[in-house]
Write a protein that binds this ligand. Structure first.
Ligand SMILES: Nc1ncnc2c1ncn2[C@@H]1O[C@H](COP(=O)(O)OP(=O)(O)OP(=O)(O)O)[C@@H](O)[C@H]1O
Ligand SMILES: [Mg+2]
Length: 605
């Protein structure tokens, strides 16, 4: 659906064009009906003018519309005898106008809903593929706001302003043409006001757009605070930060409100100035028209028609001003949506991950460094080699780079910031298609995340074809069943949003079970601090199960507890982004260094 997106940068025009797929026909129909409505609106003043001059009055019939109308109605005398004929004609035109208006509204609504559905779908599938590094730089609340209220603004603009543009332009052009047909001098006087209206619209257009952009990004900040507080409500409660958070929200809300007040102030000035100019224009034409009637022999019918057309002109010109003003708002919203769509997604094109089955080592990092911010390396010159089936333990202080190392292995980090060589099964890791490459790994994240759904749903989430037996087996292996059996609905128990109804240890075991449900197909298991919330006995039981059940699977176990990794074939010690030690547990405790310090501290020796 969005194959072009992310490949070449979208502009406002190319964004609108690509989103119109599926709704364009409806918008074209809507524009055609809109044009029909405009044409019909222009007929009635001509009928009234003709009746006043040629039926009620006895002026000679002019060529053109009057002549055509009267000949269709059986001549002026016939109409004079049957005055219901022009009344019926006016009613017929009004009815036809109502039908085209209805058709225009209907097709427009369908087009608008289709358009907004497409934008939402494209945005969702795009954000789903954006790299983690992008999420590190953008706030969730702001992204959400771009995906909701900015999409709504674009929908409003395309469906309300853009489709009525045809009617507005037609009304303006035809009104002026009809007016010019009646009296050219009076038409010039009426049209003289147009540049003034367009000029003040352009002025406000710039100012409104700028203020709207500020207000919109401030709304993103407010949404972010709400979103953070809702998701982190436990932390807020635990630290008694309610007052602080309320204060923070109030400050931002204050700023947001004042920006909207400024925006509304500008809008009010825009509309009232518009009203003033329109009022002046109408008054000038009414007065000048009256003068022309008295001094230049303008007929009463023509005077009425001219004033009708002039008031018809006033409205679309004002609307034109509004369209210009809305254009700046919509432009800002489009830019905010394009910002997301122009972020380059991960290339998750499917393809076989053609690994060399017998390659050894399975993982090889040579002189790997990584930085999240320029100039600060969180990993520095890492050399790490893992043989097939080896169980590797990684230990190190917080912030020493353990999780970053797993991100590098799974290619969830920013490749631009990675230096050195990462080799997987004999080939550079980045030479494999991303999606199938990631499926070679089964990982438990350091911070387990559960979707709202059942426990079974969360365990089977990584695979489309997982069986109920496999889910149960994974839950057993992760020592989750003993806890699950206490729930009334067992594995079908619904866990709240982000698994709030489970304890920390249960959540961790649920995430572990989800990894194990997928472990048969994986070459490497990565467990990032996945035993931290478990008691020592459960920790040991799960590890024993893993080691006996997956003897040939390569494992990387990250932990802070020595006992969790002591049984590994080899242990790497990380310190401030560097490897500070390597060996078996027995070797490391005989050497001076961080490992022995941690060991002595934890074992009380
Ligand atoms: N998305 C990020 N943006 C910027 N800096 C980051 C990001 N993620 C991690 N860091 C920084 O990189 C360093 C290494 O982080 P990492 O999460 O790899 O440490 P860790 O060894 O896993 O720590 P822990 O034991 O606490 O889990 C830290 O200093 C951290 O502040
Ligand atoms: Mg970590």
């Amino acid at each position: 659906m969005n194959s072009n997106i992310g490949k070449r940068p979208l502009t406002r025009a190319s964004f609108i064009w690509s989103m119109l797929h599926g709704s364009l026909t409806f918008f074209i129909l809507s524009m055609v009906m809109s044009a029909g409505t405009a044409l019909l609106d222009l007929i009635n003043p001509r009928i009234v003018s003709c009746v006043v001059d040629n039926v009620l009055g006895s002026l000679p019939v002019r060529e053109g519309f009057n002549e055509m109308f009267l000949s269709l109605a059986g001549g002026a005398d016939n109409v004079r005898a049957k005055l219901y004929i022009p009344a019926l004609a006016v009613a017929g035109v009004a009815l036809a106008g109502a039908l085209t208006r209805y058709g225009q509204g209907l097709t427009n609504s369908i087009g608008a809903e289709r358009l907004v559905k497409r934008i939402r779908n494209v945005l969702f599938s795009h954000t789903d593929r954006l790299p983690m590094s992008w999420y590190g730089k953008n706030q969730t609340g702001d992204i959400l706001q771009r995906c909701t209220s900015d999409v709504e603004t674009v929908k409003q603009f395309v469906s309300v302003q853009l489709t009525s543009l045809v009617r507005i332009v037609l009304l303006v052009v035809l009104s002026i043409a009809f007016m010019a047909g009646i009296d050219i001098t009076l038409t010039i006087a009426a049209a003289a006001f147009l540049p003034v209206i367009i000029g003040y619209s352009a002025y406000f257009h710039g100012r409104i757009g700028k203020t709207f952009m500020e207000a919109d990004s401030e709304e993103g900040v407010v949404s972010s605070i709400v979103q953070e507080n809702l998701t982190g409500i436990r932390v807020v409660r635990a630290f008694g930060k309610e007052a602080y958070e309320c204060g923070r929200f109030r400050d931002k809300n204050e700023k947001y409100t004042s920006l909207w007040v400024r925006l509304m102030n500008l809008m009010a000035a825009f509309w009232s100035l518009g009203d003033l100019i329109s009022g002046l224009q109408i008054m000038t034409i009414v007065v000048l028209g009256a003068v022309f009637c008295v001094n230049k022999g303008m007929t009463a019918g023509n005077y009425i028609a001219f004033i009708s057309y002039n008031s018809m002109l006033a409205w679309p010109v004002r609307e034109l001003g509004r369209t210009i003003a809305e254009l700046s708002r919509a432009g800002v919203s489009i830019d905010r949506i394009i910002y997301i769509l122009n972020a380059v997604p991960e290339d998750i094109a499917e393809g076989e991950c053609d690994i060399m089955k017998d390659a050894d080592p399975v993982i090889s990092l040579e002189n790997v460094s990584y930085s999240y911010t320029d100039g600060i390396d969180v990993l520095k010159g890492i050399d790490l080699h893992v043989s097939r089936g080896e169980k590797i333990g990684i230990i190190g202080g917080t912030g020493s780079g353990k999780s970053t190392l797993t991100d590098i292995l799974m290619r969830t980090c920013d490749p631009e910031r990675l230096r050195g060589k990462v080799v997987f099964c004999g080939r550079p890791a980045d030479s494999y298609p991303l999606a199938s490459y990631r499926r070679r790994f089964a990982r438990v994240l350091q911070e387990p995340f559960l979707f709202s759904g059942t426990i079974a749903h969360n365990i089977g989430i990584a695979s489309d074809s997982v069986t109920d037996e496999k889910i149960r087996e994974a839950a057993e292996d992760a020592s989750l069943m003993s806890a699950v059996e206490k729930f009334t609905n067992g594995l079908e128990t619904f866990v709240g949003e982000r698994g709030v109804t489970l304890s920390g240890g249960q959540k961790q075991r649920c995430a572990l079970a989800s990894c194990l449900a997928n472990a048969d197909n994986a070459d490497v298991l990565i467990l990032d601090d996945s035993f931290s919330a478990l008691d020592a006995e459960t920790d040991a039981r799960i590890r024993n199960t893993l080691f006996t059940k997956y003897p040939d699977t390569t494992m990387i176990i990250i932990a802070h507890r020595i006992t969790t990794i002591a049984g590994c074939d080899r242990i790497y010690v990380l310190d401030k982004g560097c490897i500070a030690g390597e060996g078996t547990h027995a070797e490391l405790i005989t050497q001076e260094g961080i490992y022995r310090d941690i060991y002595e501290l934890q074992s009380g020796k």
